[in-house]
Ligand binder design. Structure first.
Ligand code: NAP
Length: 506
């Protein structure tokens, strides 16, 4: 398929703005990509708002058919999408085949979810006309879509968190038009997926304004998008700096809007003593595998493990170091990300009291060298380069003198996406003391596993207290994600003839 580098607005591929050159690895076709400006943002927002009343009024069955048509279109284009995504992201084929399936799976999951009507959270307090001292009116609650939503594609998930990813799927399922700012690292992939969405719009008769793709590589595009008065909410996955800047812009608008930012974390692992003694080598090997998976470019990457001084800690350190040193080299998502990662591990390696336990193979300036560090409590506390996410395959083993120190370090953590507990039965009392702290720190707490590989499911929570995310009441993965783009409306004493279909039978 020939790539145009154009934006998709109101069902048309259109130019506008300066252009930038897409970076691609290997023999992928070079691509000049348009960079949208305020005019394109305004046009996309206007058509999204114009499409909103009709789209919000579509039946759940019709929207489910739309989501399934998008999924089918992506499946049909898989042989074009996967190679382009490989060339743009440097991710391997197997990962991108899996990510394609995850993306279509998410779309179909949201189709099933809205058909079942569980997102509506219908509540009915029937009238009590004879209640004294005052009668109760008839009250019916339903969740309604909020309006046009802006979505920022993520560099590290060119499919599952980009053009038709979880944010887009959940917003469309809710009945909200979506304007995607494609990530500049994978514009060709975004265009191919947007083509599948356009075909689905046409096939299912949806209003053309329900989806727009704006390409671009300037901060000004993102800033204009979140400030546009017709945009009602933002879904974002990316860095702390960009997320915080965009969050502040949303809050500073004359009419502030919610910014659902997923900004990353260090995802601590707490290895309790009986588990370290019984399974230290296996835990170390499992940690290294999780840490280096996909060159560490996951927001759930477990960047720190706490363990009490012991022989089990030595054994854990040895297998973790071997795993990190033996990681095969792989390109990172962009040269910028690789450069930021290299600076992060250089700062960690140079910090007083921090020992480098292992380094993996290095490559060119787009590769990241896996690294494992070790620190005592003082070095951990004094080294910001260890305490903050360094996006890539590096981690630190923090060796602590006793369990009180582990509790204190847990208490001192910032908000996290995940916390992991490695424990055996003999650790149960200690785990019980740790849990109340962890519950206040993370959106997901897992036991005897590793946090990479986020299941897309009803019970999943992928968020956490700030700075892991900017909205701890929400999740960006799983069916609960739809609630970000809905708001409750109560109809009091509504005549039956006016009740929305979804409420009429409730
Ligand atoms: P990013 O720099 O945060 O960019 C994400 C999106 O925001 C892009 O569309 C970017 O496009 C835009 N943007 C960046 N800075 C902005 C600003 N000041 N104002 C308005 N828009 C802005 O993320 P990235 O490009 O994916 O990678 C950079 C770093 O992000 C990584 O090194 C890593 O630390 C972090 N990251 C974290 C996760 C995670 O899941 N935790 C995922 C991906 C990346 P423009 O540049 O075109 O404005």
């Amino acid at each position: 398929m020939t790539l145009t580098g154009l934006h998709l607005i109101a069902g048309e591929w259109v130019g506008g703005g300066d252009s930038f050159a897409a970076v691609a690895i290997g023999d992928a076709a070079p691509m000049a990509v348009q960079s949208a400006g305020p005019a394109e943002v305004h046009r996309a927002a206007e058509v999204a708002e114009a499409a909103f009343p009709d789209f919000a009024a579509t039946s759940r069955t019709a929207r489910a058919a739309f989501l399934r048509a998008i999924a089918d279109g992506i499946d049909a284009r898989r042989d074009a999408i996967v190679p382009r995504a490989m060339a743009e992201s440097g991710l391997p084929e197997a990962r991108l085949v899996g990510e394609t399936a995850r993306t279509t799976g998410q779309l179909r999951l949201f189709a099933d979810h809205i058909e079942a009507g569980r997102h509506l959270d219908l509540r009915h307090d029937p009238a009590l006309p004879d209640r004294t001292p005052a009668p109760r009116p008839d009250l019916r609650l339903i969740q309604r879509p909020i309006g046009p939503v802006a979505v920022f594609g993520a560099s590290n998930f060119p499919l599952a968190f980009s053009t038709a990813g979880g944010d887009t799927a959940s917003a469309l399922a809710a009945g909200c038009p979506v304007i995607v700012k494609g990530h500049p690292a994978h514009p060709g992939t975004s265009e191919l997926v947007a083509g599948a969405i356009l075909d689905a719009i046409r096939a299912t008769g949806m209003p053309a304004g329900v989806f727009a793709l704006l390409q671009g590589d300037t901060n000004d595009l993102g800033r204009a998008l979140v400030r546009h008065p017709l945009v009602r909410a933002v879904g974002f996955t990316g860095s702390f700096g960009a997320g915080r800047a965009l969050f502040d812009l949303c809050a500073a608008r004359p009419e502030p809007i919610p910014f659902f930012g997923e900004l990353g974390a260090v995802n601590p692992v707490f290895v309790l003593p009986a588990a370290a003694a019984a399974r230290g080598p296996a835990i170390g090997a499992g940690w290294a595998a999780s840490l280096t998976l996909g060159m560490g470019q996951f927001c759930t990457n477990p960047g720190v493990a706490f363990v009490l001084e012991s022989e089990g800690a030595d054994a854990l350190a040895a297998t973790a170091a071997a795993g990190v040193a033996g990681t095969a080299p792989q390109p990172m998502l962009t040269r910028g990300i690789a450069g930021a990662y290299r600076s992060g591990i250089a700062a960690a390696a140079a910090a007083p009291g921090v020992e480098t336990l292992a380094r993996g193979p290095s490559g060119d300036d787009r590769h990241g060298t896996p690294a494992l560090f070790q620190a005592d409590r003082a070095a951990w506390e004094a080294t910001p380069a260890l305490r903050h996410e360094n996006f890539g395959p590096s981690g630190v083993l923090v060796r602590l003198a006793d369990f009180d120190a582990m509790l204190a370090e847990a208490q001192a953590l910032d908000g996290q996406l995940t916390c992991t507990v490695q424990m055996d039965d003999a650790d149960t009392d200690l785990a019980r003391r740790l849990l109340p702290i962890l519950e206040r720190k993370a959106g997901r707490i897992l036991f005897n596993g590793f946090p990479t590989g986020v299941e897309v499911a009803d019970a999943m929570v992928h968020s956490g207290p700030y700075p892991a995310s900017t909205n701890f009441g929400a999740t960006s993965v799983g069916t609960l994600a739809i609630r970000r783009f809905l708001r409750p409306v109560c109809f009091q004493d509504m005549p039956a003839a006016l009740l929305p279909d979804d409420l009429a039978g409730a």
